[in-house]
Write a protein that binds this ligand. Structure first.
Ligand code: 0O2
Length: 207
């Protein structure tokens, strides 16, 4: 595919990512207005770079004319939460929305990946209005705590550095770090009430 073709193909994915970022950031803003704890701490989004699309399609044996259905994360949104419980609130919120349709849910929190990776993935179909009509696209939404995100970000960079072959001793350390991140989430959940009260007081003071 030529550069212009990729650009044309990826434009609606960009649109989907931009729209969803606005929508989910808006939810956080509403919670702030109501001085209540937001289950969403921050939202990021990206369209997968062409080189990564090509790599993943090759790795998974998906022909290029089938990537629309075969690659579920060409458009990706990440929602970071303070507490593990917030993840359930966000997932429930997604299930109740009428502007998207859930296709699949993958719970890597109850069953973490071999690497130590934890996150909740929801694959949705999201309609984008294009000049040639409506196009429903797959978007992968990853929901995770700040601590899960910290771990995943570090592990992702190491994977990049070692081209997917992280040395065994570092893998062991990463697994230990994943356990530590898990303990941090557990501890924070236990003092959740205290933390939330402090945050509400703080948000009133800064008005
Ligand atoms: P990027 O750079 O984040 O876009 P597969 O890739 O075959 O494992 P699949 O079928 O695409 O999996 O589904 P999955 O596992 O639900 O989603 C893959 C995405 O989840 C990855 O995208 C990562 O964003 C994240 N992820 C999954 N496993 C790990 C892990 O062990 N470590 C980290 N850091 N992230 C993980 P990409 O395409 O790998 O990359």
């Amino acid at each position: 595919m030529k550069h212009e073709h990729w650009k044309l193909f990826l434009t609606p994915y960009n649109q989907a990512v931009e729209e969803l970022k606005v929508k989910f950031r808006g939810i956080r803003a509403q919670y702030e207005l109501h001085h209540s704890h937001s289950p969403i701490e921050f939202v990021t989004g990206r369209v997968k770079p062409v080189a990564s699309i090509l790599d993943k399609a090759k790795r998974k044996g998906i022909p290029l004319d089938k990537i629309e259905e075969g690659l579920q994360d060409i458009a990706g949104i990440r929602m970071m939460c303070q507490f593990v419980d917030d993840i359930n609130v966000v997932v429930e919120m997604l299930r109740n929305r009428h502007d998207l349709e859930i296709v699949e849910e993958r719970d890597y929190i109850t069953s973490k990946k071999e690497s130590g990776y934890r996150s909740y993935h929801v694959v949705v179909k999201y309609p984008v209005q294009t000049v040639i009509g409506e196009k429903k696209l797959l978007v992968e939404i990853q929901i995770r705590t700040l601590s899960m995100n910290f771990w995943a970000t570090i592990e992702h960079s190491l994977n990049y550095k070692y081209s997917g072959n992280i040395p065994e001793d570092i893998k062991v350390r990463l697994k230990r770090a994943a356990e530590a991140a898990y303990s941090l989430d557990e501890e924070m959940s236990q003092i959740k009430g205290e933390v939330q009260e402090a945050q509400v007081i703080f948000s009133r003071k800064t008005e």
